[in-house]
Ligand binder design. Structure first.
Ligand SMILES: C[S@@+](CC[C@H](N)C(=O)[O-])C[C@H]1O[C@@H](n2cnc3c(N)ncnc32)[C@H](O)[C@@H]1O
Length: 194
C-alpha cells in the first residue's frame, strides 16, 4: 500500500484493536531494538523510553513518514533504507527485533528470518504481530483465492502466509502466541533457537 494512504486505510483497524496489540507487544521491548518494516511508525508511541531504537524499511515514502512521527512523539531513532532479507548490521547486534504486519509482505520470508536470527543476541527476543493463514479450511481457501489480486493492490501482501509455521521452521523457539479474530491475527514472542 502506498505510504501516503497507509494511515488513513489502517485507521479503523487501529481504532478497533491494533493500537492495543501494538502497545502490549512493543512496551516490553528492551535494550537495543531493531524494528523491521517500520512503515509510518505506528509502533513508535509505545516503546519504553529507555530503548535504543533502530528501524529499517526499503520504502523512502514510509521512512519519511516514520521520521516525522518519531519527531512528533519525541523518539530518537536511527532510520535506514534496507530490506529484511539483507540487514546491514553485524551478528548479535540487538536485544529485541520487532516486526508488525511485515512478514506477509517480504519477498523472501525465510531469508529475512535467517537475518533476524543472525542479528539477534542469543538471549534476544523476537516480537511479531501478523495476519496469517487461518486454520478454517474454507477461510484458508478464500485467502488462497484472494491473494493474487490482493498482492497487486497491497504491495505484495499475502493473505495466506503461515508465518508462525515459517518462524518455527527457521530456527526460532515460540514462547507465546495470542490469537485474535479466530486466528487471523497473531501476536508472537519467540527466541532464537541454538
Ligand atoms: C503493511 S506495512 C506495515 C508497516 C508497519 N510495520 C505497521 O505495523 O504499520 C508493510 C511494511 O513492510 C515494508 N516492507 C516491504 N518489504 C519489505 C522487506 N523486504 N523488508 C523490510 N520491510 C519491508 C513496507 O515498505 C511497509 O512499510
Amino acid at each position: 500500500m502506498n505510504a501516503a494512504f497507509y494511515d488513513a486505510a489502517m485507521w479503523p483497524i487501529e481504532k478497533l484493536f491494533m493500537h492495543e496489540l501494538r502497545r502490549r507487544l512493543v512496551s516490553t521491548a528492551r535494550g537495543r531494538v531493531l524494528e523491521i518494516g517500520i512503515g509510518t511508525g505506528a509502533n513508535l508511541p509505545y516503546y519504553p523510553s529507555d530503548v535504543e531504537l533502530t528501524a529499517i524499511d526499503p520504502d523512502e515514502g514510509f521512512l519519511a513518514r516514520a521520521r516525522r512521527r518519531a519527531h512528533a512523539v519525541g523518539r530518537p531513532i536511527t532510520l535506514i533504507a534496507a530490506r529484511a532479507e539483507a540487514l546491514p548490521f553485524p551478528d548479535c547486534s540487538f536485544d529485541t527485533v520487532v516486526a508488525t504486519l511485515v512478514f506477509c509482505t517480504v519477498e523472501d520470508s525465510r531469508q529475512a528470518l535467517r537475518e533476524v536470527h543472525r542479528v539477534l543476541k542469543p538471549n534476544g527476543q523476537f516480537k511479531l504481530i501478523e495476519h496469517v493463514r487461518v486454520r478454517n479450511i474454507v477461510g484458508a481457501k478464500a485467502q488462497d483465492l484472494l491473494t493474487p489480486l490482493w498482492r497487486h493492490i497491497a504491495n505484495n501482501c499475502h493473505l495466506n502466509r503461515d508465518t508462525l509455521k515459517i518462524v518455527q521452521a527457521n530456527g526460532f523457539q515460540i514462547e507465546s502466541v495470542r490469537e485474535h479474530l479466530r486466528g487471523l491475527v497473531i501476536e508472537v514472542e519467540a527466541r532464537p533457537g541454538q
